[in-house]
Design a protein. Structure first.
Length: 348
């Protein structure tokens, strides 16, 4: 049964902790973002170490929560419900965020809402860009999914069979000896070098049905670079061109099949200008509106959890504390989204 938010308690607090970011967002039931504070864990070398990231989340949780309330300029007693990223994600990181959410919900005597991380990326994208019924390409370090709404669920039309495109770019950058500088992520470094590339190196283009595989592409790109036959700029250029062409092809197939009126690009890799350009061409050819989620909301963030929590709570979806265990492999297409009718999100 849909709920009507209390007039005295008009906001939702959301906690995101699926991977390297610990973030707290505070959002009103009509979609106004009051705060979206992010604290990122930056490993000294290599990829994300789950336990180290979870330790970071534990250390910064209190500070980030305080900053969110200060930014929002509201009192804790104005929070009607607490939402948290219940999955999918890295176990230690998810559990840290869930523990913080349970503690807050218990302290403030408010309900708890478990949010699917992938659904949240779609919902915040629709809110910020005013997209109504898009085919969504969600690309990040941990996810590569092409989806669209159909009959109560966000259906997966294509996804990676091994590693995500963001992970592919990150691993290649580390293998190439690149070092993150000035807070610039590996993907941005690859994009910058790719802009100076000219030679397209033959690399495997692997699509199986509607699904994608990037592990062979990664291996081939690393081997080509280490062979000494090609410049780093050309290796970066070729990796992007082939990987993004795979993403564009599957997205276009989904768009042609569903005949949706919009294409939405979200996730950390959405900031890449070359990928944006490819998808914009596809959208134009199908007379579809193209939207890109701004970086602040495309990255993992608390606002997306808070907003999706608001939508779920308004439709009577909460989770008891004793049943709020995290779900490491919680798929996007397993989540019923009753707030979406006919493809359009019904605002609170």
């Amino acid at each position: 049964m849909p709920k009507t938010p209390s007039r005295s308690k008009s906001y939702v607090l959301g906690i995101e902790s699926t991977a390297d970011d610990f973030s707290v967002g505070i959002v009103s039931f009509d979609g106004k973002v009051l705060a979206n504070i992010i604290s990122a864990f930056m490993p000294e070398e290599g990829g994300i170490h789950p336990r180290e990231a979870a330790r970071h989340h534990t250390e910064v949780a209190g500070k980030v929560i305080r900053e969110a309330f200060e930014k929002a300029k509201i009192h804790p007693n104005q929070i009607e419900t607490v939402a948290f990223s219940q999955g999918p994600g890295l176990g230690p990181c998810l559990r840290t965020g869930a523990t913080a959410a349970r503690a807050l919900a218990s302290y403030m005597h408010v309900p708890l809402v478990g949010v699917n991380h992938s659904v949240a990326h779609i919902e915040i994208g629709k809110l910020i860009t005013d997209a109504k019924d898009p085919v969504t390409l969600y690309v990040s370090g941990g996810n590569t999914i092409v989806s669209a709404y159909e009959d109560g669920y966000y259906r997966v039309f294509g996804e990676t069979l091994d590693i995500a495109i963001g992970n592919c770019l990150d691993v290649f950058a580390r293998e190439a000896g690149l070092r993150q500088k000035l807070g610039k992520p590996f993907g941005a470094l690859v994009e910058e070098l790719a802009s100076h590339g000219k030679t397209l190196i033959p690399l495997p283009f692997t699509i199986k049905g509607m699904d994608l595989s990037f592990s062979g592409l990664l291996t081939a790109a690393v081997e080509a670079l280490k062979s000494g036959k090609y410049r780093l700029e050309d290796a970066c250029f070729s990796l992007q061109e082939v990987g993004f062409s795979m993403l564009a092809e599957v997205t276009e197939r989904a768009l042609a099949h569903t005949e949706k009126p919009e294409v939405l690009l979200t996730g950390g890799v959405a900031a890449n200008k070359r990928l944006q350009a490819m998808l914009r061409v596809i959208a134009d050819e199908h007379n579809a509106r193209f939207s890109v989620v701004p970086k602040e909301y495309a990255l993992d963030n608390g606002a997306m959890i808070a907003w999706t929590g608001a939508l779920a709570y308004k439709h009577g979806i909460t989770v008891p504390l004793e049943k709020s265990m995290v779900k490491l492999k919680w798929r996007l297409d397993e989540v019923h989204v009753p707030w979406v009718e006919g493809g359009q999100t019904q605002k609170c």
